[in-house]
Design a binder for this molecule. Structure first.
Ligand code: SF4
Length: 506
């Protein structure tokens, strides 16, 4: 070849769109053969024509990429993870641009740290787009009940239209969440099937493959109608969290227009009713509170007025002698946040720093929680934050005070205070963090392992989202496991944020 002759192009034909393994094998072969990006012509299953035209001679490598072991090429783990996401993007130039990134990283190991570089900037933007698409899938897939299968397990199916080819990455979330039932998620490009043992990917399908209606849909619509608060509607937040393009797959979306249309009238009715009718629930607990408070305070409460607001409740809390935890703790730690908060977050108990400061969630776990809430659509200042147990339980060890988990009896005794807070704040949503908080709200009814990720209607009309306590994330020694658990916790918070936004209170 002379300098004047064009270099031969290498054509790579990919059989499937969004298949990372296939693309990676091809890319590794190209790198091993030192073929630069401008000499590679990437073609997909539905673009047999070259992205750059067929004017140059071609020297296909197709069989090599599909057979035998891919040569070993050392690549930064971060780039491989990013590429696994980016390949799911529908843009036709993704295989070529990704390969250029892989090629350049061979010569510059620090390339990914150069945020102003065009290719790096592009890659990070693509990862964000794909992560957002996966997040939407987690939020907006709605399963239809198909009945009980021969194996005695419940069968469910869902139709979903992601913007990109993200089912492969989105499906493991559903495997973890719904491992106890058989399900299939069908998209136009692929389907994911879980049979209790294996998660299998298959061909795409059509909307008709999944029934339009079922019993669960009626329950979901009833639930949505019940939690919809017309006085707190924020249409812009609702639209951004629940874009219109997903509405046709959401049973509750059928009701949004009529709920919004009647919102103004319902607000007026609610305001009128509030002025005319005393709240029956408030009256009932106020009637019983005096006697119960005297009981709780072990005599010290005789003659005290029942707490009528959170301030009074805080003062009474300091005098509680109902269990022995008050003996060693510095002070009872009351909840904090808006009295009319739509969301209440319940933790376990105050930790060492909370006990000294007299405020909830100010220690390391609280800081992590605050940071993750902000990243996942929840604003701490809008939330009423409290604990299931109000005094710090610990074991002295030298100068340290080591956290000890409260017993079931201590949680049950302290529930009286938590119930009062719930009656005063009347949150629409409650997030419980950890098993102690779950017991504080539900009593001995359910295990966190069974209930995590579920949306549980409570008898007072609130909706419960059980998840783990953030201190669990700080205790995990294994980095990979910690990252996985952190991602799951973030998904739990996002899910709650989406429910709030959908109810117009986010
Ligand atoms: Fe009272 Fe709860 Fe403190 Fe026990 S932990 S003394 S029940 S406030």
């Amino acid at each position: 070849m002379t300098d004047l002759e064009p270099a031969a192009m290498t054509v790579v034909r990919l059989d499937k769109k969004g298949d990372f393994a296939e693309w990676r094998a091809a890319a590794r072969h190209l790198l091993a053969q030192h073929i630069p990006p401008h000499q590679v012509d990437w073609r997909g299953p539905d673009n047999d024509m070259s992205l750059f035209g067929d004017q140059l001679g071609a020297a296909p490598i197709r069989q090599e990429k599909a057979e035998g072991r891919a040569p070993t090429i050392s690549l930064p783990r971060e780039l491989v993870d990013m590429a696994d996401h980016i390949i799911c993007h529908r843009s036709a130039d993704v295989p070529a641009r990704l390969y250029r990134l892989f090629w350049r990283v061979q010569a510059d190991r620090y390339l990914l740290g150069r945020k102003t570089d065009d290719d790096v900037h592009w890659a990070r933007k693509m990862v964000k787009n794909i992560s957002r698409d996966i997040h939407k899938m987690h939020a907006f897939v709605r399963f239809r009940h198909l009945g009980v299968g021969d194996d005695g397990r419940e069968n469910y199916a869902a139709w979903f239209e992601p913007e990109h080819l993200t089912l492969r990455l989105g499906a493991p979330f559903f495997q973890r969440r719904f491992s106890g039932m058989n399900w299939a998620i069908i998209t136009p490009d692929a389907r994911a099937i879980w049979d209790g043992q294996r998660l299998v990917m298959g061909e795409g399908g059509q909307r008709d493959d999944v029934p339009d209606h079922d019993v669960v849909e009626q329950q979901w619509r009833a639930y949505y109608g019940a939690i919809f608060n017309p006085a707190r509607v924020k249409i812009s937040a609702m639209r951004s969290e629940m874009p219109k393009k997903y509405w046709h797959n959401l049973p509750e979306a059928q009701d949004i227009a009529s709920l919004l249309a009647g919102a103004e009238q319902r607000v007026a009715m609610m305001q009128a009713a509030e002025h005319q009718t005393p709240n029956k629930r408030t009256e009932k607990w106020q009637k019983n509170a005096q006697a119960a408070l005297a009981d709780v305070l072990g005599g010290a409460g005789d003659g005290l007025d029942a707490p009528e607001n959170l301030e009074q409740l805080g003062r009474s809390l300091d005098q509680c002698r109902r269990c022995s935890l008050h003996c060693a703790a510095t002070q009872a730690v009351r909840g904090e946040g808006p009295v009319d908060a739509a969301l209440m977050m319940v933790g376990e108990q105050p930790g060492d720093q909370e006990d000294l400061a007299g405020r909830p969630f100010v220690g390391p776990a609280g800081q992590l929680l605050t940071e993750m809430m902000a990243q996942n659509g929840l604003t701490r200042s809008d939330i009423y934050m409290t604990n299931a147990v109000k005094h710090f339980k610990f074991q002295p060890r030298g100068k340290m005070r080591l956290h000890q988990r409260p017993t079931a009896g201590e949680i049950d005794k302290c529930r009286w205070w938590l119930d009062l807070e719930r009656q005063m704040v009347r949150p629409k949503f409650i997030i419980t963090l950890g098993a102690t908080a779950l017991r504080g709200v539900l009593g001995p009814k359910g295990k966190l392992a069974d209930l995590r990720g579920q949306v549980i209607p409570l008898s007072d009309g609130a909706v419960l989202f059980p998840t783990i306590h953030p201190s669990y994330l700080l205790r995990l020694p294994d980095k990979e496991k910690a990252a996985e658990e952190r991602a799951m916790f973030a998904a739990d918070l996002r899910r709650a944020a989406q429910h709030l936004a959908a109810a117009g209170v986010g």
